[in-house]
Design a protein around this ligand. Sequence first.
Ligand code: ADP
Ligand code: MG
Length: 333
Amino acid sequence: MKRVIPLFSLLLLLIGLSSCAPASEQTIFAMDTVMSLRAYGKEAEAAIQEASTMLYDMDARWSITRPDSEIGKINRSDGKAVKVSDDTYDLLSSALAAAEQFSGAFDPTIQPVMDLWGFYSDAPTLPDPDALKDALDSVDASQVALLEDHYVVAPAEVGIDLGAVAKGYAADQVRDLLLSRGVHSALCNLGGTVMALGSKPDGSDWIVAVQHPTVPSAYLCTLAVSNMAVVTSGGYERYLEIDGKQYHHIMDPSTGYPCESDLLSVTILSESALYGDILSTSLFVMGYDAAMEYWRTSRDFEAIFVLSDGSVCMTGGVENYLSSCEEPCTFVK
Ligand code: ADP
Ligand code: MG
């Protein structure tokens, strides 16, 4: 049995950088992924350093595997109230609201199921059906209560995993921090959750490439964006290998198995990376028809879907951002 986690997430490649102003850059490893921060301007270096420190700090507070993290403390609290920091409380409340909105597809209390499969250890295991049923019984975000003064209560059997939203929340925080430090041109890739702040120093759009879900190290398309988050969820991105078979990391909360929708990947373009992260996971689980239905009613994001037959469908507005595409694609209005 083998656990496979690519060191360098090739989810999104960043290309097309500008020439004139010198860039400040840092690459760090946090939240179990490689993150690259690039910013321009005289405030950039100090701001990027501060952003890196913030990302390490978020990782320390939201890590599933560190027992002293705030999430670790809630998961080991045995039902007792745990006081958490401002942004943990804020992120938890967004995650719980998303679970209500995308009930059946998105649930941040998926931790017992992830644990059973061995996603947090070096021992991937095909879960025993009875154990999986027990774990599934405790997947229920409505059991988590957010109380006054930043106290959180979760029953002993409930476990929180913020993996589907943490990078999105963090990307929004990085953007806000950079802006508050006077940086207006930056491109940050938090392991496939991309935040394009402003535009390139020469005023042109950032070019962000979307990973091809079936051709490793190739890209599906490139997008020209500014002031925009681009977030992708795909089954190819992180998976376990058990007896020669691959099991990816996005779970169907109704079965406890990796979700088998008709989608290979979902890429969301939205102003908020947190919203993009919630949507990319939820729509992936919901499948193409339900995802399009959601888009038609909300119209507050754009999306690129790669279906399991290899076809590529994009919401109509993506046409405004698409700078190249390697596959035939259909725009849906
Ligand atoms: P990534 O984190 O690789 O960018 P996602 O944003 O789609 O991908 O999040 C997947 C992660 O979210 C999993 O690794 C797990 O921690 C958690 N997760 C898995 N399935 C679900 C689900 N149905 N709802 C909420 N969180 C989930
Ligand atoms: Mg997500």
